[in-house]
Design a protein around this ligand. Structure first.
Ligand SMILES: NC(=O)c1ccc[n+]([C@@H]2O[C@H](COP(=O)([O-])OP(=O)(O)OC[C@H]3O[C@@H](n4cnc5c(N)ncnc54)[C@H](O)[C@@H]3O)[C@@H](O)[C@H]2O)c1
Length: 311
């Protein structure tokens, strides 16, 4: 992708900032972010940050209308928060997405939407194919499934070029470290302090982890492929890792002497997760990063950057 006008919503956040850093090399990048969880320092030099809320149609119409591509990463991303405040979550994730679709009707751009494996809920038919019926377990999952439906309807009603990407467990540098953070960032940061790694349940539960740079490549591929228009794709590594295996790998890579501690399983946590990535592979995608290599890069980043916060 070259010489395009690209909008990244949520570009001051974890995944959006990686998309922005990659695309700013050869394109004009505008980031729309209200810094709800995002940070100004994540924005790459050369990209323009517009502090706006996607719930406010008037503040984003022109920016979206001018774009060639819109990578829509902005969201209320926490499952726990979505249970606490489903109305707020619906506002950001559904109304916000609908505003972007409406604004795109005024322009010419293509939308690449960050959906989630949360739309599947706890489905035992592994590996999960895109054709499985969505059955989310949280308001967060409902908002992602709903937003996907709006995308489909706008594609069918107006021929709007859209793609939805269902990310599985994404990890990498710049992933937020708040109470709702992903298991990898929590494990790494505890291991760096030699604190115990706490596993909820027996540790045999599995996840499909994908390194953020592979997610960026999947986004660019989906943007550039006309065959992807109107469709939904899993974005994952297609590999299953137990949480216990993950904890051991993190301890080894960090060189920590953290003990592994088992706690009660958390209600609402799914047992196993694994994607079938056949569809996105047929577009030409192949995950390039192994879990180990991705973990090494992530550990390197947290040990350099977050040192101050860990003290
Ligand atoms: N991280 C994962 O493993 C994962 C998995 C599945 C799906 N996703 C999806 O990927 C996208 C990016 O997630 P992330 O992990 O980078 O999270 P993140 O919290 O780091 O990024 C979200 C960004 O959106 C911004 N934002 C929130 N509300 C906004 C609003 N009303 N207006 C404008 N900006 C707003 C935040 O400030 C933040 O910068 C989200 O849509 C998320 O649901 C992430």
């Amino acid at each position: 992708m070259r010489n395009k006008l690209v909008v990244v919503t949520g570009g001051a956040g974890f995944i959006g900032s990686h998309i922005a850093w990659e695309l700013v090399k050869d394109n004009d990048v505008v980031i729309i972010d209200n810094l709800y969880t995002g940070k100004e320092e994540n924005v790459p030099p050369g990209a323009k940050l517009v502090k706006a809320d996607i719930r406010n149609y008037g503040s984003i119409t022109e920016l979206i209308g001018n774009a060639d591509y819109v990578f829509h990463e902005a969201a209320q991303v926490s499952v726990v928060e979505s249970i606490r405040d489903p109305v707020f979550t619906e506002g950001v994730n559904v109304l916000g997405t609908l505003n972007i679709l409406k604004a795109l009707l005024e322009g010419h751009g293509k939308l690449i939407f960050a959906s989630s494996a949360a739309v599947y809920g706890d489905n035992p038919n592994l590996p999960l194919r895109e054709t499985e019926r969505p059955r989310p377990l949280s308001p967060y999952g409902v908002t992602k499934a709903t937003a996907e439906e709006y995308l489909r309807v706008y594609h069918e009603l107006y021929g709007l070029p859209i793609v939805a990407l269902r990310y599985f467990n994404v990890f990498g540098p710049r992933q937020g470290l708040n109470q709702y953070a992903g298991v990898i960032s929590i494990f790494i940061n505890r291991a760096l302090k030699n604190e115990p790694l706490v596993i909820f349940g027996d540790g045999k539960q599995t996840r499909d982890f994908i390194y953020v740079k592979d997610v960026v490549r999947a986004n660019i591929l989906a943007a550039e492929s006309r065959r992807a228009n109107g469709r939904v794709f899993n974005v994952a590594s297609g590999r299953q890792t137990t949480v216990l295996e993950l904890a051991r790998k993190v301890i080894e890579i960090v060189g920590a002497n953290s003990p592994i501690v088992f706690d009660k399983p958390r209600p609402g946590d799914i047992r196993h997760s694994l994607a079938d990535i056949g569809e996105i592979k047929r577009l030409g995608f192949e995950p390039e990063w192994s879990l180990e290599e991705g973990l090494k890069k992530t550990v390197e980043w947290y040990s350099k950057t977050e040192g101050e916060e860990r003290k």
